[in-house]
Design a binder for this molecule. Structure first.
Ligand code: SUG
Length: 447
């Protein structure tokens, strides 16, 4: 079996709801307070994973983080047995209760930055869990993500786990959503493109936070022992951030020798892409060109890119030279996005096919297909070292589907978080999940 890029998707947790927690993520703000369906959300996410298995991909499942996060509720000063803490939090600070209940670990693209063993000087795969310090609800994912990654990639011969970057604003880090690995083949060394929104330069967004910093990207590059000639740092266009591009993966996606992005993705974009081509040439010679498809503002405005989430599609290798675009169904409702996809398929590039996928529940919180997955490039022996029971096959797919149907509520609104029964329902569900995926004592309530 050759080297491959394996997607690990966050299984959408039973507390999925619309709490409007993410400033600068337009969908999160627009759907605040609406009725969510955790069951539908989890089934949509699972169907996406299963579709990729059916298309010949290896697909992993990350279990959700434990919610509510009792430890954080305690740190915030709520006391007593859990039902009491929940009541106090709901009465005094419902936004804090919502943060402690958020199912945001589903967006696995923000779980960590991952570097391939071919890119690192010690030939191991490197993981740094993202500190996600820009928002409270996401910052509380880091510790459980770090534990989970160590359980799943549990072999020091192949995998190296770093601590999260310092919990300080100048090291704000949102993981792989701002990271693209470009390579001729997965078995070859690649170029690491790291994108930040806040650096030394003056240009910063005016309305919304820049969630990734230049200093964080530099630290990741050092941690992962990446040769500087194979790394390129680029700054996100602050005007795009102010229009809702809170992560780079909302405006660009790359896979192997193909990069697709909006013309307004970066500051000094022409220069960045020139530099990228030079580094690519130095690494790969002329045998395999890097193909860059830049979509201009007239074809698709930044606003339309954000509403359709076209650039949050996944690119999947179908063969050496052809790729599938797994696009959010929202693209069908934005005619400029649909036309851009048709033009992309007709043009001279590896994208040969599109499939649309309905992820409406996650999309309403600003999470498209690419947000839900963490890409891990794995050699055959590295793949063998991965905890096998989270790799999706028909049996696991069916068991997870039944598990979701049995345990998830069909409807959840932010007020329902005050219901003390919800926490117990979730713990019962998660306890059973750890049996299914054979990860005993994963959650704090189990130890
Ligand atoms: O961090 N939404 C997530 C969406 C993350 C998308 N990921 C990538 N682009 N890779 C976020 O903004 C909303 C939760 C709420 O409002 O309830 C939220 O956290």
């Amino acid at each position: 079996m050759p080297y491959q890029e394996v997607n690990f998707d966050g299984l959408i947790g039973p507390s999925h709801n619309y709490a409007g927690l993410s400033l600068g993520n337009l969908a999160s703000g627009a759907h605040q307070g609406e009725l969510a369906s955790p069951r539908e959300a989890a089934l949509q996410g699972l169907e996406k994973m299963w579709r990729l298995v059916q298309r010949g991909q290896i697909q992993g499942v990350f279990p959700p983080a434990c919610r509510p996060d009792i430890d954080t509720l305690r740190k915030l000063g709520f006391r007593g047995p859990l039902p009491e803490m929940i009541t106090q939090a709901y009465q005094q600070a419902p936004h804090l209760l919502a943060a402690c209940y958020s199912a945001s670990s589903m967006w696995a693209a923000n779980a960590a930055t991952v570097s391939a063993s071919q890119d690192s000087s010690d030939n191991r795969l490197h993981f740094t869990p993202a500190n996600l310090i820009t928002t409270l609800h996401r910052s509380i994912e880091t510790q459980s993500t770090a534990n989970l990654l160590k359980r799943i990639f549990n072999d020091p011969v192949h995998f190296c786990h770093h601590p999260p970057l310092p919990l300080q604003a100048s090291f704000a880090d949102e993981g792989a959503a701002n990271h693209t690995r470009l390579c001729a083949e997965h078995s070859q060394p690649g170029i690491t493109l790291l994108v930040y929104g806040r650096g030394k330069r003056r240009s910063t967004p005016q309305k919304f936070p820049a969630r990734q910093t230049q200093a964080a990207c530099q630290a990741l590059m050092r941690q992962h022992n990446l040769p500087p000639t194979q790394v390129l740092l680029a700054q996100q266009n602050p005007e795009a951030i102010d229009q809702g591009v809170f992560h780079h993966d909302v405006i660009g996606v790359g896979h192997r020798h193909f990069l697709m992005l909006h013309e307004q993705a970066f500051v000094n974009q022409r220069q960045v892409l020139k530099q990228l081509q030079q580094q690519w040439q130095q690494l790969n010679g002329a045998a395999q060109p890097l193909i860059i498809s830049e979509i201009d503002q007239r074809t698709l405005s930044v606003k339309e890119a954000v509403s359709s989430y076209l650039f949050n599609s996944q690119l999947i290798s179908l063969s050496d030279q052809t790729m599938l675009l797994l696009a959010p169904a929202n693209c069908l409702a934005v005619c400029q996005a649909k036309s851009a996809i048709e033009a992309l398929i007709a043009a001279d590039n590896p994208v040969s096919e599109v499939e649309y996928i309905d992820l409406a529940q996650s999309m309403n919180n600003g999470g498209g297909p690419a947000c839900l997955r963490l890409r891990v490039p794995l050699s055959p022996s590295e793949l063998k070292a991965v905890h096998p029971h989270i790799l999706l096959d028909e049996n696991l797919y069916r068991r997870l589907k039944d598990w979701i149907k049995q345990h998830y509520r069909d409807q959840l609104k932010p007020q329902d978080l005050a219901d003390p029964c919800l926490a117990n329902e979730i713990y019962t569900a998660l306890d059973e999940l750890t049996d299914i995926i054979k990860l005993p004592k994963l959650y704090p309530f189990q130890v």
